[in-house]
Design a protein around this ligand. Structure first.
Ligand code: ADP
Ligand code: MG
Length: 392
């Protein structure tokens, strides 16, 4: 915390008015369901993006990150324009700039609040590892500005504003999960979120008390297909929902899956799209199963549901990759209770549920499997369910 203040002093020559933090996340279950109006269940990591910040009165927005090259980026609040509309992306600065832009667009910036701000960031969330460093950056910015300007924004509102910043300013078509996780998670819990009506439930997920550990395995690979594939999967889901005459695939209950698949076949919808539908429908069902098992205090029993979720991501949604598959195979072969890829796919991270007593052996087995396959050594650390965005 003090290091972020020291960083701010070094960059701007004064003390910051405050320091805020927002976490990265892993998704326990519910992959590619949020943009189908479905269910997700992320938890916040202890890894955070921290921001030291002060308000300004001259309409300037200055941002600096200890994790990005290029020094201070200076913008004018009244000149911010989305990247797609010809705005200057300014590299990473588009994320915080997008947050200020959306506050302005929503009419939340007036009077003193239109005056700008100085921000300095330091983050322990690995970037591009599927752990939502971008959401952490947006949410810490919105949380800091809400406090600095006295906007009193609620965490879920902050998440929605940040999603709009990423969608409409940066131009990344993400769902609502990442920002909601970073803004709304609480220590010791996973967050159940209904992405349609945004109702939430904090589900107790105290792994240590159960003698369990959730390992994050960052494969440190990011395959290029990722960005195009996301848009492609989204389009397939939306076209299938249209063909079925429902607002979103969320509206196909698991009991109606077989009928829906037959209807799609008779409409000439191809096998690939039908498998995409099967993933989304069964994945929503798996979120419900995980909640049921956690509510029944049977945490170990979520293991097979996680592994089934991975198979669905791999075979039906086709968003896995050899490195992620290898984490799941080698982890489960070494005694893990369950494992799956987490996040958008095509690289990034997987999660592995293990008995504490087996944690080291499983981590070693995964690392050895990576070495034997000629992959770069993965980064492995425990996912301790942590707090969402806050002032430090
Ligand atoms: P993920 O969110 O999974 O980490 P993304 O590609 O969505 O991956 O976001 C990563 C991008 O977010 C980085 O390339 C960078 O532009 C920006 N970013 C995230 N954290 C920081 C940070 N601490 N400082 C500067 N930029 C950051
Ligand atoms: Mg991201």
């Amino acid at each position: 915390m003090s290091d972020v203040s020291a960083g701010f002093r070094e960059v701007y020559g004064t003390d910051p008015e405050g320091v805020w933090a927002a976490p990265g996340r892993v998704n326990l279950i519910g992959e590619h369901t949020d943009y189908n109006d479905g269910f997700v269940m992320p938890l916040a990591l202890p890894h955070t993006c921290r921001a030291a910040a002060s308000p300004r009165t001259d309409g300037k927005l200055r941002v600096h990150s200890g994790d990005a090259p290029g020094g201070v980026v200076e913008l004018r609040v009244d000149e911010l324009a989305p990247v797609a509309a010809g705005g200057d992306r300014g590299g990473w600065a588009a994320y915080p700039a997008g947050v200020v832009w959306v506050l302005r667009e929503e009419g939340l910036l007036s009077g003193a609040a239109a005056g700008g701000a100085d921000l300095h960031y330091e983050s322990t969330v690995p970037t591009g590892a599927g752990l939502s460093s971008s959401a952490a950056l947006e949410v810490v910015t919105a949380t800091a500005l809400s406090d600095l300007y006295g906007l009193g924004l609620a965490p879920q509102h902050i998440a929605q504003l940040c999603q709009r910043a990423e969608n409409d300013f940066v131009g990344v078509p993400c769902g609502i999960m990442d920002q909601t996780a970073s803004a709304c998670c609480t220590e010791g819990h996973a967050l159940f979120l209904d992405a349609r009506d945004l109702t939430q439930r904090q589900v107790p997920f105290d792994l240590a008390a159960k003698g369990l550990r959730l390992l994050v395995v960052d494969t440190r690979v990011k395959h290029e297909l990722g960005d195009g594939a996301y848009a492609n999967r989204r389009a397939a889901c939306e076209s299938a929902a249209r063909a079925l005459g429902v607002p979103a695939l969320r509206d196909v209950p698991a009991e109606r899956l077989e009928t829906a698949l037959k209807d799609l076949a008779s409409l000439g919808v191809d096998d690939t799209v039908r498998r995409r539908v099967r993933h989304v429908v069964t994945e929503n069902q798996r979120v419900r199963e995980v909640i049921e098992r956690l509510d029944a205090d049977d945490t170990r029993a979520i293991g097979p549901v996680l592994t089934a979720g991975h198979a669905s991501c791999r075979d039906d949604f086709e968003i896995s990759c050899p490195e992620l598959d290898l984490v799941v195979e080698s982890g489960c072969a070494a005694g893990a209770l369950g494992a799956r890829m987490t996040g958008g796919g095509f690289g990034g991270s997987a999660i592995v549920l293990v008995e504490v007593a087996d944690a080291d052996a499983v981590a070693k087995a995964v690392t050895e499997a990576f070495a034997a396959a000629g992959h770069r050594a993965p980064r492995i650390f425990p996912a301790v369910p942590s707090a969402g965005a806050r002032r430090l």
